[in-house]
Ligand binder design. Sequence first.
Ligand code: SF4
Length: 692
Amino acid sequence: DSAAFDREVQSVCPFCGVGCQISLKVRGDRVVKVDGVNGPANEGRLCVKGRFGFDYIHHPHRLTRPLIRRDDAPAKGLNVDPGDWSGVFREATWEEALDRAADGLRGRGQQVAGFGSAKCSNEEAYLFQKFIRQGFGHNNVDHCTRLCHASSVAALIENVGSGAVTATFNEIENADVAIVIGANPVENHPVAATYFKQFAKRGGKLIVMDPRGQALKRHASHMLQFRPGADVALLNSIMHVIADEGLVDRQYIAAMTENWEAEREHLKGFAPEGLEGLTGIDADTIRDVARTFAGARSAMIFWGMGVSQHIHGTDNSRCLISLALMCGQVGRPGSGLHPLRGQNNVQGASDAGMIPMFLPDYAPVGSAEVRQRYADLWGEEPLAEKGLTVTEILDAVHAGDIRAMYILGENPAMSDPNLDHARAALAKLDHLVVQDIFLTETANYADVILPASAFAEKTGTVTNTNRQVQMGRPATPPPGEAREDWTITQELARRCGLDWAYTHPRDVFAEMKRVMPSLDNITWDRLEAEGAVTYPSLSPDDPGQAIVFADGFPRPEGRARFTPASIIPPDEVPDAEYPMVLTTGRQLEHWHTGSMTRRSKVLDAMEPEANCSLHPSTLRRLGVPAGGHVRLTTRRGTVTLMAREDRAIAPDMVFLPFAYVEAAANLLTNPALDPYGKIPEFKFSAVRVEAA
Ligand code: SF4
């Protein structure tokens, strides 16, 4: 009887960046039910993951004691059953495991790298990056933001001076036009999507642009299903019309921006009539969309990984920023730029400095003034040289430069864009320490595995896509001997010679406040009492600013910048051998590499099998019935899986969710990187599809 419970604890959903507040109903040591709470982002609403995706925390596969690789273990590879690891690992005491873990890291300086995770709380993320920087004297620390919105953040920092959203998604209530591009919020940000639907219902014009059709189409005033990879051409042609027809906000451009003349000149070459073949969208539709957006009283732009995960991902975001700026649609109610952040704490983990080029609050590692601030706080100055990113670290392992890694909650053996390359790198390491709640694919390669805590077992703050810092609270104890993650990192740091003596995440938060102006007026006590505060908060009573940059941007002279973007074709265009386009992404029921949701009974029952989506005409051509099996092959690899019929997908495309280890999407994807955000081109690979 899931209705009977002894107590309830308020926390935050561990999945997407919406950051829904939840009430965990607990009986004994078990969470038996989850309900929505009236948090600022969800007002009581939850999606199927938030409501039913919690029972993985009690799964029998949970790691409950530290593990050490056996001396007689087989060669490292994907050879461990997460339910029976005894032939590869042996149980150890915490003392032995921590000593072993630290022995392999201590004193190795540049040979060590760290992968953290957006699943970390803000305090865990801060400690993790501090451990790598202070403990090993360099900046080789990164996390999964590199694989999702790094290009968006690069463009935002470059052009508006800050990587976070300029307005919360709830501001759509004050808009009359909204663009959603390269995002599928009904599946990936489902509670945010409810606000978008309400917006359309009350007459707001919803412009959806995506190479893949989607459920939000039913609510859209305009649906532009453009050719994959044609984002820059599409957006520049919309901006061309706005500039050409004199629909720009001249006053705003003059007062608040720079480099408009260069942008205007650049856009002259993008008349929509000449780009129909490239974009797949007729010029009349482009002109209608341009006039609709430019004519808005207040307009917002939302985007997702369909924009960011390209070799031109930074250019895509530059275009979206320019579109908003030329129409003066930043800094007022119902206006703004909002990259929909993927994970529940990808914003916070990035803010806390778990990235190789920035210290907390995006303070550049190259700044002498910034390094002095950290020298005062940490007792030593961080290195000025930027560190390596996620994919560069694995290249450095192959080159023999990185020999040891500490991986906290990340699963590169499933998430890296080039899995064979990543798995070979993990196998090659002298020493790998993995801290996680399950024996993940990455933990298969570990020398030491440290059993960590699930979200419902620990205290810590997380920051959602809206810049809302929220308090996560423990509802149950960790299973067996598993520990809260921050305590494990601290134990390793002490063994590596650092004089750390934090007694609670509250202490870490207090230290973060000393170097993170974004946390001004936000205290641990406030978060305990109020549950959430949006940054920036202007006073101890201010719940936080939903909209920023009304009076200028955190850039020279307070001006935002136009950065023109040219068309760069996808890295790998289809040809006779690989004639179709592969795109990857998430689906509603499963989360990232599947380690949590595939161990959740309800979610696994809803989506039990690896699948891809193909247009009915493609299935007919292949002679494969809906539900039959197909083989997908790219230049990197092959997977075989069930094919689902989906009219929303173009006949020359295949969509592949990346949660399934038995048909791992990233065996196929193209690891080519965006040169600015260093993000891989997950959204476009040339593929051959055959009946299996
Ligand atoms: Fe959790 Fe996101 Fe669903 Fe909210 S919308 S319940 S945060 S997965």
